[in-house]
Design a protein around this ligand. Structure first.
Ligand SMILES: [Zn+2]
Length: 76
């Protein structure tokens, strides 16, 4: 009999974790431009960055990313 790990199935669930906050970012989609807002905790900060970037460069299209956090817990 060879030694082997025994894994017991334990049910888990995953839920939105508001304590982790939400992160907003904008990425310029103009070809050749790698500009990005960086992560911000306020949506307005990422939007203001995009408005300023368009004002400076004329680049009009952005990919917006909103990231939340999730927590995995073992079900009782
Ligand atoms: Zn750009």
């Amino acid at each position: 009999m060879s030694p082997r790990a025994v894994f017991r199935y334990v049910p888990h669930s995953i839920r939105h974790a508001p304590e982790g906050g939400v992160v907003y970012e904008a990425f310029c989609m103009t070809i050749g431009c790698e500009a990005a807002s960086g992560p911000h905790h306020e949506q307005e900060a990422a939007q203001d960055w995009a408005l300023r970037h368009t004002g400076r460069t004329g680049h009009p299209l952005f990919r917006r990313v909103v990231t939340d956090h999730a927590r995995v817990t073992q079900e009782q």
